[in-house]
Ligand binder design. Structure first.
Ligand SMILES: [Fe+2]
Ligand SMILES: [Fe+2]
Length: 305
C-alpha cells in the first residue's frame, strides 16, 4: 500500500486547546446518544457524567471555532482527490480496526465489531435491504482520517456531530455558544438563515462540517458505488442526524424532496448505529463471506482513498 499524503495545515493554537485524553473522544459521530439501541440496551446519561462533559465541551469548542466554510472547502478539495492510497473496503475495515482499538468509552469492542453489529442488526430486521446491511458495515470507514497515513487529522476534524457551514449556525447544535468564535459567525455572507444557499436547495449543495461522514461519502461516490442514494445519504449525514436534525427539525429549509425521502432511511439506520456494549458478539470469519459478496456487488475491488 503506497500512501502519499499532503499534510493539511492546522492552527497550532487551536490544536493545543484540545485538553484531556484525546482517546476519550474517538466516538461515532456525536455525544447525544439515543435512549436505547436496537437491542433495547439503555445508554449512559450524558448529562450525569460531569467528568466526561468537560472533555466533550472542549472538543466541541475547538470543533466549532475551526470548522469554517473555507476550512471545509480546503478539506474537500484535499481529500476529494483520493490520491492517498488504494485499498479494498475490507482492507480499510482491517486498517481501522488495527488503530482505533478500545479507546472509545461507549464502544467496548473493536471497531470491526461495531461495524458488523450495526450491519447484522439491520440484516436481522430488514433482510431484503442488502444495501442497508453494507451501509451499516462501511458507515464509519471515514475514520481512517485519524490514521497517520491520512494526515492524522485531529479529532475535531473527524468525529463529533456535524452541521452545515456557510449559513447561520443553529443553536440546537451541541455547545452552540462556541460558534461565536468561528470567523463565519461574523461574516454577513454566511451568518443569515440561508447564507450561501437558497430555500429547498438540497443538502447536496450544502457544505457540512468536515469529518468521517463526508469523506466516506466522497470515497464511495468517486469510486462509482452502485449503492442507492439513501445509502450514500446515510453515510454522509449520520453524524448530522442526531441532534439538530432529528430532535429539532433544524435545517429542513435547506432540504429538497429527495432529502426528505432519504431522511426516512437515516431515521431507520440511526437506531442501529450502536454505542452500547452489546453482549452479542459477532464471529467475523462466519459473516465475512456474506459481506464480501455485498462489497463485490456495490463496489469495485480496489478503491481510491
Ligand atoms: Fe460515524
Ligand atoms: Fe457508527
Amino acid at each position: 500500500m503506497t500512501i502519499i499524503i499532503e499534510q493539511p495545515q492546522f492552527d497550532a493554537a487551536a490544536e493545543r486547546k484540545v485538553a484531556g485524553d484525546p482517546a476519550e473522544l474517538v466516538l461515532d459521530g456525536g455525544f447525544t446518544v439515543p435512549d436505547s439501541n436496537a437491542f433495547g440496551h439503555t445508554f449512559r446519561d450524558y448529562d450525569a457524567e460531569s467528568e466526561r462533559k468537560k472533555t466533550v465541551e472542549e472538543f466541541y469548542s475547538v470543533n466549532h471555532i475551526n470548522q469554517t466554510y473555507e476550512f471545509v472547502q480546503r478539506m474537500r478539495d484535499a481529500y476529494g482527490r483520493l490520491d492517498k492510497t488504494e485499498m479494498s473496503i475490507w482492507e480499510c475495515i482491517e486498517l481501522l480496526n488495527e488503530f482505533i482499538d478500545d479507546s472509545d468509552p461507549d464502544l467496548d469492542m473493536p471497531q470491526i465489531e461495531h461495524l458488523l453489529q450495526t450491519a447484522e442488526a439491520i440484516r436481522k430486521d430488514y433482510p431484503d435491504e442488502d444495501w442497508l446491511h453494507l451501509t451499516g458495515l462501511i458507515h464509519d470507514l471515514g475514520k481512517v482520517l485519524l490514521h497517520p497515513s491520512f494526515g492524522e487529522l485531529p479529532q475535531w476534524a473527524v468525529v463529533g456531530d456535524t452541521f452545515p457551514v456557510g449559513c447561520a449556525f443553529d443553536e440546537c447544535n451541541v455547545h452552540s455558544k462556541y460558534f461565536k468564535e468561528n470567523p463565519d459567525y461574523h461574516n454577513p455572507e454566511f451568518n443569515t438563515k440561508f447564507g450561501a444557499y437558497s430555500e429547498g436547495c438540497g443538502l447536496d449543495k450544502v457544505l457540512m462540517s468536515w469529518g468521517h461522514d463526508d469523506y466516506m461519502y466522497l470515497v464511495a461516490k468517486e469510486n462509482k458505488t452502485t449503492l442507492p442514494s439513501a445509502g450514500l445519504f446515510i453515510i454522509r449525514y449520520h453524524s448530522f442526524y442526531r441532534k439538530p436534525l432529528h430532535k429539532h427539525g433544524a435545517y429542513t429549509h435547506l432540504m429538497n424532496e429527495e432529502d426528505k425521502e432519504n431522511l426516512k432511511w437515516l431515521h431507520v439506520f440511526n437506531k442501529y448505529d450502536l454505542y452500547s456494549k452489546s453482549s452479542i458478539r459477532i464471529d467475523v470469519e462466519e459473516v465475512k463471506p456474506y459481506y464480501m459478496s455485498l462489497i463485490d456487488k456495490y463496489f469495485p475491488g480496489k478503491l481510491r482513498w
